[in-house]
Design a protein around this ligand. Structure first.
Ligand SMILES: NCC(=O)CCC(=O)O
Ligand SMILES: [Mg+2]
Length: 330
């Protein structure tokens, strides 16, 4: 009888096989990039209180995580060093040391896993500076753009020489992608990619990360003179456009879930590979909800990841990567 709808969208939802058949986007382990924190020592696993379930690992433990990632089908790791306080300085020069923690971790992973896994390395000075800012500062504490870019170029070459596959500048200085691309080409690192943290916002969601790399207590002030204002979206498109013109292979939006509108706009405007960083505060929110008995971790993690895919992302940096890959592989 015509009082009933001809079109019933519930029809295709009525069974599990049909839902599977009509699903528009899927998450697979290949969509995940696993951020890992490296610390000094041997056999060290150092849990991070504000990121329950996440630890800093010494280089041997990082290699074990890399092998775990390969087995799980996770294609790439993102490395962050917890630099010892006595190796931090005003100018962050430890970033240029070919034997720094980061370079030792890159070499160890590449020795153990070769091209079975990609290594993405963060370029910015905050893990190396005594003031916790991402660049060099003047007497007033202002982060200097061009002087910082020069150091970032050296940091990038240092990481590429150690075997990094993807250089990921997270500093938000202007012009650094062109400078780094030029230097990589000049040193025959033609196939070293650049994933630019193109639209990185000055966010309240980074707190646990600063604990993890040991910069929270050091940081005075904020990063609002270089990271983006959360109210801006048009500006994110300009940031992305510039970084692509300067030679970025892919771009990142960060944080993740609160900025999905930016991810989809970048994808629809430029059609390039877009990645999102589900940052430490987002991870901590999920874990806090689970600890409070308010959420089902597995369902929530997978739902957030599919949201990134729906928003056009090629992949997601997430501290839940190994857990999610296990769920997806099961
Ligand atoms: N450059 C990397 C980060 O700042 C990560 C932030 C986070 O996970 O909170
Ligand atoms: Mg920029």
């Amino acid at each position: 009888m015509s009082s009933y709808p001809q079109t019933r969208l519930r029809r295709t939802r009525s069974t599990s096989w049909s839902r599977a058949m009509h699903r528009e986007v899927l998450v697979t382990p290949a969509d995940l990039i696993w951020p890992l924190f490296v610390t000094e020592g041997q056999g060290v696993e150092d849990p991070i209180a504000s990121l329950p379930g996440v630890s800093r690992w010494s280089v041997d433990g990082i290699v074990a995580r890399a092998k775990e990632a390969v087995a799980l089908g996770v294609p790439c790791l993102a490395l962050f060093p917890n630099t010892q306080p006595d190796r931090r300085s005003e100018d962050g020069r430890e970033a240029l040391n070919p034997d720094n923690l980061m370079c030792r971790a890159i070499r160890a992973i590449k020795d153990a896993c070769g091209d079975d896994i990609g290594v993405l390395t963060d370029v910015a000075l905050d893990p190396y500076t005594s003031h916790g800012q991402d660049g060099l500062i003047d007497a007033a504490g202002y982060v200097l753009n061009d002087a910082t870019v020069e150091v970032l170029v050296g940091q990038s070459l240092n990481q590429a020489a150690a075997g990094a596959d993807i250089i990921a500048p997270s500093d938000m200085m202007d012009g650094r992608i062109a400078a780094i691309r030029d230097a990589l080409e000049g040193h025959s690192h033609h196939n070293v990619q650049i994933m630019s943290y193109a639209a990185k916002y000055a966010s309240a969601f980074y707190g646990p990360f600063r604990d993890a790399v040991g910069s929270r207590g050091l940081l005075k002030g904020d990063k609002k003179t270089y990271q983006m204002d959360p109210g801006n979206a048009e500006e994110a498109l300009r940031e992305v456009e510039m970084d692509l013109a300067e030679g970025a292979d892919s771009v990142m939006v960060k944080p993740g879930l609160p900025y999905l509108d930016i991810a989809i706009r970048v994808k629809q405007t430029f059609g390039v590979p877009v990645f999102a960083y589900q940052v430490s505060g987002e991870y901590a929110m999920i874990e806090a909800a689970v600890a409070a008995g308010a959420a089902d971790r597995d369902a929530m993690v997978l739902e957030t990841l599919v949201a990134f895919k729906r928003a056009g992302c090629s992949g997601v940096l997430t501290y839940h990567a190994a857990h999610a890959a296990r769920l997806l592989g099961a």
